[in-house]
Design a binder for this molecule. Sequence first.
Ligand code: PRX
Length: 631
Amino acid sequence: MTLTDQSRAETYARSLADPDAFWLDQAQRLDWITAPTKAGDWSFDEKDFHVRWFDDGVLNVSANCIDRHLESRADQVAIVWEPDDPAEDPRRYTYAELHREVCRFANVLKARGVAKGDRVTIYMPMIPEAAFALLACARIGAVHSVVFGGFSADALANRMEDCGSSVVVTADEGRRGGKRVALKACVDEAAQIFAGIETVIVVRATGADVAMQDGRDVWYDDAAATVDTDCAPEPMAAEDPLFILYTSGSTGKPKGVVHSTGGYLLWAALTHQTVFDYRAPEVFWCAADVGWVTGHSYIVYGPLANGATTLMYEGVPNWPTASRIWEVVDRHQVATLYTAPTALRALMKEGDDFVTRTSRKSLRLLGSVGEPINPEAWRWYHDIVGEGRCPVMDTWWQTETGGHMITPTPDMMLKPGSATLPFYGIEPKLLDGDGRELTGEAEGNLVIMRSWPGQMRGVWGDEQRHFETYFRTFPGVYTTGDGARRDADGYYWITGRVDDVINVSGHRMGTAEVESALVLHTAVAEAAVVGMPHDVKGQGIYAYVTVNAGVDADDALVKTLRDWVRHEIGPIATPDAIQFAPGLPKTRSGKIMRRILRKIAEGDVSSLGDTSTLADPEVVEHLVANRVSSG
Ligand code: PRX
């Protein structure tokens, strides 16, 4: 491995000049049962579309994250868990203990008939058992599909049905910020919607009294007491799927993004090591939820593949007080904190005292992810939280990319608000709307010219959708869906989504999904949803709703519809503003003009642009006059 003694620019140049040699060299970071002799084998052309990496390699992800560390760091803490309630004791698992826990979990799954290739859904709070469950699936070659614990029963059922998953791992309840989340009850509701749920494994997290259905539901504790604490890792082909993770797009239902075994793990491990300059056994804290890709790559797979001590936090950053996140840093002597701008903006509002009353001396590096970080929040993070001594890694990437794509490394010149430069092997370009390349200083559609090991391998059950979503608009390249600006130093500044996806508190939401939920309500005739600027969440959800004849469009209905969307999708999809509209601006061919709706939601009504193609221009005047502010 020669990365550490070469400058980033040199290593980057080598990664593009001789990718096969570079990636086969990098692949040595992993323990292979059969080492690969091939690196990337891919084509983005429609007639020969395929993406494969390390195709003849064989390995097991859980052996890479656990077993291979046992010789040198069996007694080092692998996972340190901080509970929601600060009065409770943290839990720690060494690598030896993690081995035992994961083997046991794997044997419980096997005993319930789970085999290689089967899909297992994980619907869990942020407790260590969630990580055990992921690694247990990886150990036996089952494909996990984590569904964020904040999603509704309906969302859970749809995701289980889509990937044909009959087994779900859950907990009695979750806890966040002192509140309880009734996870098991949600699974019961999901089972009413999707009849294919055959096995529910329930981890006892809070001890709540929950209903258990004979033959279907089993307490994890009871099952674990009867199985062996050793389980041989299943040899997996590098291209076997490791997991599915559902994410929102501009159209239709969420897509099951499929990630591979070998390429994904290498990408997670290499980026975690390089971008955070990880030095074992420092404590690394990625403050995301394991329900999102950030949690997959930087709580579980990247850190554990690198023999790290990874911190898992059950709660929220600002409970019981706005000092909590910094108290956790002090309590566990965290060296690297990786969080989202939305959390920083919320904490910044509370004032610096909540920060400065804590020590934070252990911090060496800070990271940001999930949405553009505004320079003000960046400076606060850097100057107040990090006291000017911790570089801020603003990492741009996506569920689809598996790990960091455009990101600084700690030794680089940083600019507040810029994700800086492409990581090894990543060749970005900016294209105009017609697909022409923009060179030098420019702003346009961000695309990636060649494959990288962590690239998604498909959309579960829908190969065509994979191609159509990412490779149709601009042929021959991966389209990110983001816009970006490149400055005179070649640094990239992500400007946000250019499609109908909005980013609420760093979480991706398809406007079409919220619209579908709204129109399911009997009061609603039509709905159009757009993003609006929000000073804490980054973007908020603004919904225009046309009600059916005879329905009272009043404040009570606003509340009803907000609750309805919460129940249909989950709290993160709750509209921030609902405006009742007698009509929506449409072209003569009936297409809703979202550009105008976005401008009105933004409050930017002076530049509505060309409205001459509207079927009924008066509709716009009514919308402008009745714009609502969030709340
Ligand atoms: O718009 C970009 C934004 O989040 C989107 C990806 O969302 P998701 O798949 O949920 O993954 C989030 C965690 C990687 C991107 O298309 N995004 C993510 N990171 C950044 C960002 N926008 C600007 N700067 C970032 N650092």
